[in-house]
Each structure stands twice: as C-alpha cells, then as structure tokens.
Write a protein that binds this ligand. Structure first.
Ligand code: COA
Length: 159
C-alpha cells in the first residue's frame, strides 16, 4: 500500500518525524508530500522544506519526499495511491481535519484519510510555535530533529 503523508512541514518538527517513523511501518511506501496551505505564508521554500525532511529522515528506501501543488486529491491519484495519513494532535485539529477528509472524499471517492494520534510528547507542538521560539532566541532543543536544528535557527534569526 502506498500512503501519502501531506503537510506544510514549515519546518518539519519531531511531531512530524514521529508520524513518519510510525506510518512507514504500516505501509509499503510512504510519500511525504510537501504542499502549501494558501492561507499560510511559508518561511521556508518548498525545496528547503524537502531538504530538511530528507536530512531528518535519512536514507530509507520506503520513504519518498516530494513537493506538490494543486489539490491533494489530484496528487494522491497521480502518485498511484488511495490513502492519506495525517497526524491528529488534539480535539482542536479534529474539526479542520474532518472537513478536509470529507472534501477530499467528495473530490476523490476512492480516497481514504487515516488519522494517527500524535505521541503525547508532541501533542503541544506546531511548526509556528517552533518558529516563534527560535525567532525570539528561545531554545528549540527536542522540538525539531537535532541534525537540522542549527539550519532552522539560522534561517529564523538571520533576517
Ligand atoms: N506533530 C506536531 N505538529 C503537527 C503534527 C504532528 N504530528 N501534525 C501537524 N502538525 C502541525 C503542523 O506543524 C502545522 O503547524 P502550523 O499551523 O503551525 O504550521 C499544523 O499542525 C497543521 O499542519 P498540516 O498538517 O501541515 O496542515 P496544513 O493545514 O498546513 O495543510 C496541506 C497542508 C498541504 C496538507 C493542505 O493545505 C492541502 O491539502 N493543500 C492542498 C489543497 C487541497 O487539496 N485542499 C483540500 C481541499 S479544499
């Protein structure tokens, strides 16, 4: 089974990495798909976000990392998949994710959205929170993968 894990990943956090590591165990191939939520102004370019994910994930032949534009439903179909996985942090995520899952189902009736509960350690985490902490000189140790921490801090403090 090919599963697509879509998100903004602006930037990837340990919460995303947790979902990636667990999701790859339940499918044959996991496609991490970097898209953009038009209502958000991304800090990192799609290429930068892909590079950061690649560095965080390391070499894993079952994981493909790619960008996408347009509708998620179209990307999933073109990737030869029928399954999307998303992390669910708290009840506050539920309403939005429920709406997205239903809209995607309307667009692509064969497509299923699966939800994986975020590990409790990361249930409070978001990319925006990481960026706000780093921009203001706070410590983001333990919030993002250690191997990309410096790159994230540099990007957020050198502007
Ligand atoms: N741990 C920690 N944080 C997590 C997390 C986890 N497991 N899972 C999600 N988050 C956080 C993210 O960091 C992000 O934080 P931010 O808001 O501070 O940036 C937030 O949860 C939501 O992120 P994400 O899951 O990436 O959702 P998104 O709303 O940014 O959506 C797309 C991104 C690309 C999936 C979505 O915009 C999309 O599908 N676009 C294509 C257009 C389309 O088809 N739309 C639907 C039909 S109208």
């Amino acid at each position: 089974m090919i599963v697509v894990y879509p998100g903004s990943f602006d930037p990837i956090t340990n919460g995303h990495l947790d979902i990636i590591n667990r999701a790859v165990c339940i499918c044959d191939k996991l496609i991490v798909a970097v898209g953009s939520n038009e209502s958000k102004k991304p800090t990192f370019t799609v290429e930068e976000r892909i590079d950061l994910i690649r560095a965080a994930v390391g070499d894993c032949e079952n994981i493909q990392i790619t960008g996408f534009t347009g509708l998620l439903a179209d990307f999933v179909r073109s990737a030869g998949s029928k399954t999307v996985i998303k992390g669910l942090r708290a009840m506050s995520d539920f309403e939005y994710e429920f709406q997205m899952a239903l809209l995607n189902k309307k667009l692509e009736p064969d497509m299923e959205t699966l939800f994986m509960m975020t590990s409790v350690n990361y249930s409070y985490l978001s990319s925006s929170a990481v960026k706000e902490i780093a921009r203001n000189g706070g410590c983001i140790n333990g919030l993002v993968p250690e191997c990309i921490r410096e790159r994230i801090v540099k990007k957020l403090t050198c502007r």
